[in-house]
Design a protein around this ligand. Structure first.
Ligand code: APR
Ligand code: ZN
Length: 375
């Protein structure tokens, strides 16, 4: 029985900005009050982890254990944890839900005030870390830190899921799938028969396509500079795909021309300012809605003529697809078990945690959609 004891286990540590992952033996302290220690079973590689390695996210301090898209099993719980017990199947939540703050109580928002997306944190709420390696304190990442055999998270940053949920791909509900899917359903509220365009056909963009399709969109246009992404996009519901490199005019103009004035819903799933502007410019002048899903580099700013909004366009964004995490994830898991959508379509590779650097190489080369690390 490991409850109450320090666990020594394997983790992928990022010692400094730009460094490759280093597989180390780390010590994971027991959970304190309102904390939960989780045995991670599978964890996906997301572009945001890569942004973190490169120092593009403001909340990252090194050395750190990254990873935020995972499924695991509760190993032990700290004092006064009410709704979780050892053996429960869980998904950690990088966007937590305290269920008590103004935002958690407001149906319009899923951003709990405890969400630490823009503040530099890297520690638990008592100001300390639960990870040590070679005598050094290792920082936490986004309330989660999942590139490790064991992690400790706050009770508000984890949710119990069905005991029969797949341990093979359910981790995608912890970030990539839900982010894209919810952006279509919750943030844009895509309506039947509408025309949608998705910039960036990685895991996030493909999940947006899955959401647009379920919402009954009539035309779903995928845009990517890598045409290798088109087959999968079409398999998931894209009705057509555009490579901006095939045209000598701006892609937004191409889309406006091909849609009789612009799309109902445009999604940016790359994280670049230029594609955000292209998305905005491809939306219909009178009623187009643009949703920013991609995470931009810190300090990036966007500039556009405000007249573009005056005629009726809407520009918005969402984190985690607008889902209130703790209360929505269990249902998303049930929907996945009921085959409402197929997470497996987003998985291109599976590797052991030890091969995490290979997984990131696959991401960089554009060869993977999602790589799942089996811990
Ligand atoms: N125009 C269109 N597509 C582009 C462009 C561009 N100028 N530049 C890159 N892309 C494509 C890439 O070819 C790739 O297919 O965008 C896609 C991005 O996919 P991934 O790198 O797999 O990223 P993903 O995990 O889908 O995340 C996308 O959302 O969560 C955030 O941090 C994440 O900002 C990132 C974004
Ligand atoms: Zn993510």
């Amino acid at each position: 029985d490991t409850a109450g004891k320090v666990i020594k286990c394997k983790a992928a540590v990022t010692w400094e900005k730009g460094a490759p992952f280093s597989i180390e033996e780390v010590e994971v302290a027991p959970p304190k009050a309102q904390e939960v220690r989780i045995k991670i079973i599978a964890t996906g590689i997301c572009r945001s982890d890569d942004h973190a390695v490169e120092g593009k996210l403001s909340q990252v301090k090194f050395p750190i254990i990254l990873g935020h898209e995972a499924v695991g099993i509760v190993e032990s719980t700290g004092e006064s944890v009410k709704n979780l017990k050892p053996g429960d199947r869980v998904i950690p939540l990088f966007a937590p839900q305290c269920e008590q703050c103004m935002c958690c109580k407001d149906p319009r928002s899923n951003i709990c005030i405890a969400t630490k997306l823009t503040k530099s944190v890297g520690v638990m709420s008592d100001g300390t870390s639960r990870f040590t390696c070679k005598g050094k304190q290792i920082y936490h990442f986004l309330n989660t830190s999942t590139f490790t055999e064991y992690t400790v998270v706050d009770e508000m940053a984890v949710t119990k899921i069905d005991g029969g949920a797949s341990l093979e791909n359910t981790c995608l509900i912890g970030c990539g799938f839900s982010t894209g899917y919810g952006s279509a359903l919750n943030t844009a509220k895509v309506h039947p028969g509408s025309t949608c365009v998705i910039f960036g056909l990685g895991g996030i963009g493909l999940a947006v396509i899955m959401g647009c399709k379920i919402a009954g969109a009539g035309r779903i246009i995928g845009v990517d500079v890598n045409p290798d992404k088109f087959d999968k996009a079409k398999e998931l519901g894209a009705t057509e795909c555009i490579n901006p490199k095939d045209y000598d005019k701006p892609v937004a103009q191409v889309i406006v021309e091909q849609t009789g004035g612009g799309v109902d819903y445009a999604f940016e799933c790359v994280g670049h300012i230029e594609t955000m502007l292209a998305a905005l410019n491809s939306s219909h002048f009178a009623y187009g809605t643009t949703v920013i899903v991609g995470v931009s580099a810190k300090e990036a700013t966007i500039t556009f003529d405000p007249m573009i909004l005056l005629t009726g366009r809407t520009l918005k964004g969402s984190v985690f697809g607008g889902w209130k995490s703790k209360s929505s994830v269990p249902q998303l898991v049930l929907d996945s078990m009921a085959k409402k959508f197929d997470l497996e379509k987003l998985v291109t590779h599976r590797l052991p945690l030890d091969k995490i650097n290979e997984g990131f190489d696959l991401l960089h080369s554009g060869k993977s959609i999602r790589t799942i690390l089996l811990v």
